[in-house]
Design a protein around this ligand. Structure first.
Ligand SMILES: Cc1cc2nc3c(=O)[nH]c(=O)nc-3n(C[C@H](O)[C@H](O)[C@H](O)COP(=O)(O)OP(=O)(O)OC[C@H]3O[C@@H](n4cnc5c(N)ncnc54)[C@H](O)[C@@H]3O)c2cc1C
Length: 728
């Protein structure tokens, strides 16, 4: 049968293009091998967009497929359809379900009314992986070749996605296996021999308790020929953590700093043990790099395991809607202290228990020792820190070479470099290590972490690193005054304690400015948040939430929260994000159907009885006011320096940031701050007080980024050395 072709040349050109397209589709697996499912879907839509002039492309992976939820809608910038991404999204409804229920034709008809034709394709033999829907208002869309291309693309993607899921499963299992071996390693004879000089061997008998929870400065025990049972005593009996065999060793993250133990160790098989005291343990890890790596990695993995399994020695009992409960949970999480949490709204038994003990509502939340030995009634953060012994080894009697105020990235970097270079360094932190970065769910632009790192992980590792070198850290303690009439300088803490320091590094960073919305203060802790960590995200599951701000911190929070909340409204005062946010984040936000970006918009009003219930905002250009019922509002709008305690002590700029080095005004106004007393010019990071340095966000002119804060913290130490040398 002969086929009459209208324009053979045209047809051949079309077929050639189709073959080219098929070839590039078949090449995709090589491109996306080893990629995450979301990257595979993104790449696929990018390629289909380039190939077929589409108006939109939509893809969604089914939750049942068992990977991170992926839903992407791309609408062509030059699209000729007059529908916004949100309208297309709403018209598509749930194509996955529609496919399964055979109701796709309704969607097709609805879009046809708008002059848009769609071609869907299932991912997976029975659509078990997901669905792709392409849309265009081009006449004759989809052509046969285009449907063919989509089918091929969908098949290739299905195979790629299956592989990606298997790979991540394999990675997870081997990581778990690996983690288990790294958490409870067995030292070789040679390694034990290298550890022997740092400890003393002694015999222990069955039933002997080597340590209980809450004991300070307990040794690390290397098991030569004994076995130990590690348990968590609770009022309901002991919870087994693990059994340690010969060749293994005790200890976890707190051991390096000599902090209190959180579990109990009992001998279950008699024999010999090597006992290494905390100060000798620090010497060992400072001198023996490979043993240090084995010990520190095991200690940190054990601490993470205790946190994950809620095997801590304290229990927080309180309502998830209470600001104080959130404050205590946040403090324990940010300080990496394992605890379990009882939500009073969900647990009648505990509520009756508290009633029986006559604990008044105002005394809730309470923090109890797991074994019932300690009961704190709505403790302040510093009371809790002291009861857990977090500041046990802080001695304010001695004169310190260096005191670092603030344990954000800048302060922690200064602590690591100072302590590793033999400077006796004390860090004083008003809340928890990590600072602003610690409240970031994922930092993606910090060097060396291509898949990003959570602020918490970064802070915990840096803290352990600083403690490994011997830096001391006082937590939940704020410096409220600097006395600088003479040297050594005196730093006064909020509990009146005075510390003496030869040199000081001020790394107190910044805190978020409050937008001028009505009732803001009324809802702080009752729906208003200044950070978006996993704790806050849990409270927002399936809800509509609002994020205020146009910087990276706001962008990250919106992207992170969109994985938990049903919808995220992002309110930005500026006309666009381009001036204030990194490009990768802008792309994430614009491609995310769960985030509605509202530029030229300001918070207007907040309503609610005891907690936030409704949020209103206004468009600055047309005055239009909108509001939604929402219980959670995230404020990330502009920062102010933490320098109120330094007014009149060091030179500050008009916004209160600390002036240093060449930025110091030549002739200082004596009323505003002291005159520079030395003949040499101030060092680059030196404030108007000799030997007092400022690093990170608190410094005038600093780049408000983690990497630069770390950089400044590190280099300040070389100047501290020179300032100390001047005092000799
Ligand atoms: C949510 C969020 C996300 C971010 N994401 C990124 C990102 O992806 N990439 C990036 O490069 N940057 C990011 N940033 C910015 C980055 O976190 C900051 O630039 C960095 O943390 C500054 O470090 P710092 O040590 O100077 O100050 P801070 O981090 O502000 O730390 C200062 C510390 O000092 C303590 N302190 C303050 N006053 C006192 C006092 N009187 N006594 C004792 N302690 C005190 C505070 O509690 C705090 O822990 C983000 C910021 C936020 C808030």
């Amino acid at each position: 049968m002969e086929v009459q072709l209208e324009d053979p040349a045209q047809e051949i050109k079309r077929l050639r293009r189709c073959i080219n397209d098929l070839t590039s589709l078949l090449a995709l697996p090589a491109i996306w091998r080893g990629s995450e499912p979301s990257q595979i879907v993104q790449t696929l839509l990018d390629v289909l967009f380039r190939m077929l002039s589409l108006d939109f492309a939509y893809a969604r992976l089914s939750d049942a497929f068992g990977v991170m939820p992926v839903e992407i809608l791309r609408v062509a910038e030059d699209s000729k359809i007059n529908l916004s991404a949100e309208e297309v999204r709403n018209m598509l409804g749930d194509p996955l379900a529609a496919y399964a229920q055979g109701s796709l034709p309704q969607i097709r008809n609805q879009l046809a009314i708008e002059g848009i034709a769609i071609v869907p394709a299932q991912l997976g033999v029975h659509g078990e992986i997901g669905v792709i829907v392409l849309g265009s208002n081009r006449t004759g869309f989809p052509e046969k070749t285009e449907s063919l291309l989509l089918t091929v693309a969908a098949n290739e993607a299905s195979i790629g996605l299956q592989e990606a899921r298997l790979l991540s499963e394999q990675k997870r299992i081997s990581a778990e296996l690996n983690a288990e071996n790294q958490m409870w390693p067995v030292l070789t004879e040679a390694e034990i021999d290298r550890a022997r000089p740092y400890g003393r061997v002694r015999r222990v008998e069955i039933g002997e308790i080597l340590y209980r929870p809450g004991e300070v400065g307990r040794p690390c025990f290397v098991l030569l020929s004994v076995s130990l049972e590690i348990v968590q005593p609770t009022i309901n009996g002991e919870r087994l953590v693990t059994i340690l065999r010969p060749g293994m060793f005790t200890g976890e993250a707190g051991s390096i700093a000599g902090q209190r133990t959180v579990v109990q160790a009992r001998v279950i098989q008699a024999g010999e043990i090597l006992e290494v005291r905390p100060e000798d343990l620090r010497t060992l890890v400072a001198h023996d790099a490979s043993l240090s790596e084995i010990l520190l990695r095991a200690f940190m993995l054990r601490r993470l395991m205790l946190i994950d399994r809620q095997l801590g020695n304290v229990v927080v009992v309180g309502s998830q809607h209470s600001a104080d409960t959130l404050r205590l949970r946040e403090f324990l999480s940010r300080n990496g202290h394992p605890f379990s949490y009882i939500d009073l709204d969900m647990d009648d038994a505990y509520r009756n228990l508290l009633d029986r003990f006559g604990i008044a509502v105002s005394e809730i939340p309470i923090v109890m020792g797991n074994d019932g030995t300690m009961v704190l009634r709505n403790p302040s953060t510093s009371q809790l820190a002291d009861s857990l012994g977090l500041n046990d080894n802080i001695d304010n009697s001695s004169l310190h070479d260096l005191i670092i105020v603030g344990a954000g990235p800048a302060g922690l970097a200064a602590a690591v470099y100072a302590a590793s270079e033999g400077i006796d360094a004390l860090v004083i932190e008003s809340h928890a290590p990590g600072g602003q970065a610690g409240s970031s769910s994922k930092i993606e632009n910090y060097l060396g972490f291509p898949t990003g790192v959570s602020g918490q992980e970064l802070a915990t590792s840096a803290t352990k690193q600083a403690q490994k070198f011997g830096a001391k850290m006082a937590l939940a303690r704020a410096i409220v005054q600097l006395r600088c009439q003479h040297r050594p300088y005196e730093l006064v803490m909020n509990d009146g304690t005075v510390f003496f320091a030869r040199t000081i590094v001020i790394a107190t960073g910044a805190w978020y400015k409050k937008p001028t919305a009505v009732n803001l203060d009324r809802f702080v802790g009752h729906g208003i948040h200044y950070g978006a960590t996993f704790l806050e995200a849990q409270l927002c599951e399936g809800e509509e939430v609002i994020v205020v701000g146009g910087g990276n911190s706001a962008g990250q929070a919106a992207v992170f929260l969109s994985q938990h909340a049903r919808k995220v409204y992002m309110l930005v005062r500026a006309a666009t994000l381009s001036e204030s946010m990194s490009h990768y984040l802008i792309a994430r936000i614009s491609g995310n159907p769960s985030i509605e970006l509202l530029c030229n918009t300001e918070l207007a009003d907040l309503e609610g009885e005891s907690a936030l219930e409704k949020v209103s905002w206004a468009n600055k250009l047309n005055g239009e006011v909108r509001s939604v019922n929402a219980h959670h509002l995230f404020i990330m709008a502009g920062a102010s320096p933490n320098t109120s305690w330094l007014r009149g002590r060091v030179a500050l700029d008009e916004k209160g940031f600390i002036l240093t080095g060449r930025d110091l005004p030549p002739v200082v106004d004596p009323d505003r701050s002291p005159v520079w007393p030395l003949s040499r010019p101030p060092f680059m990071l030196e404030s108007s007080l000799p030997g007092v340095f400022a690093v990170g966000d608190v410094r005038a002119g600093s780049v408000k980024r983690v990497a630069s804060a770390v950089g400044e913290g590190a280099i300040s130490v070389s100047m501290v050395h020179r300032a100390l040398a001047e005092l000799e």
